[in-house]
Design a binder for this molecule. Sequence first.
Ligand code: PEP
Ligand code: MG
Length: 315
Amino acid sequence: EARARVAAMSGPGRTRDGAPVGLLVNIGTVDDATRAATADSEGVGLFRTEFLYLGRQIAPTLDEQIATYTSVLEQFAGRKVVVRTLDSGSDKPLPFLDLGAEENPALGVRGLRVGTVYPDVLATQLEALGAAAATTGADLWVMAPMVATAEEAEGFAALARSAGIATVGAMIEIPSAALRARDLLEHLDFVSIGTNDLSQYTCAADRMAGSLAPLLDPWQPAVLDLIGLVGAAGAEAGTPVGVCGEAASDPALAPVLVGLGVTSLSMVAPSLGAVRASLAATDLGLCREMAVAARGARSPQAARSAVAALTSGAP
Ligand code: PEP
Ligand code: MG
């Protein structure tokens, strides 16, 4: 028992009864990668690549991107690194991408959609990623942001595979993608749920609007239902399902997510310890009971209470 408790404090994430749950870090710069490389994680679950493009008059060159991706992949040698392709749009304008004025930038040409207007930008990024993976021998996974349909997933997967990328996925952050996760998974090796945007689009509440915080709560039963659909589709297809939004760093929500079928959680490095400990205290069966209880609730507060009530008697 004592040895199990010590083991639970480090190494791969596990539930109390030993079901593996990947614990990964989110990074957004090369400096982040350097800091996060020493954290006790199984790798990177979300490498946001916007920093390469922001503040530029012209797009970063192929060689510059290869050098940057190589330096990150080298720091995580032997571990997995999930890179997200450029997620820009009219809310984060880039001088070299003219997307025109948009009334509703959050619903406009952003994420993967930019690749349809500027195919060279996406093609160059994928080529750089493929080249960096080939020289470092890293376990590179590449995913697209803001995928809405199975057709988009199929198109992205074809582009990425032709650039030599072996493991291709998509973020699930639009309700349509969650509802039809099974269709998307026919084309993908994994998915990762972006709960920040999924909450925004599920309750139609701007994620930057502080006054709408209750609608952006990932404990909203509607959001949990969508996550549950993705988890079930992943289990059916035998495909990993990650969560890389803020929700993954909530130690009370982590076992619920696992109960919904999520197989890895990616978060800022300081959150790893508390999430690891929470999972290590919870059997997989209880995670599933928690998921049922949370989805059965009528509000975020009721979901939290229902889950807490299941733990209160535990040792
Ligand atoms: C998300 O939407 O949950 C996510 C991880 O992506 P970002 O926060 O970069 O939009
Ligand atoms: Mg997002």
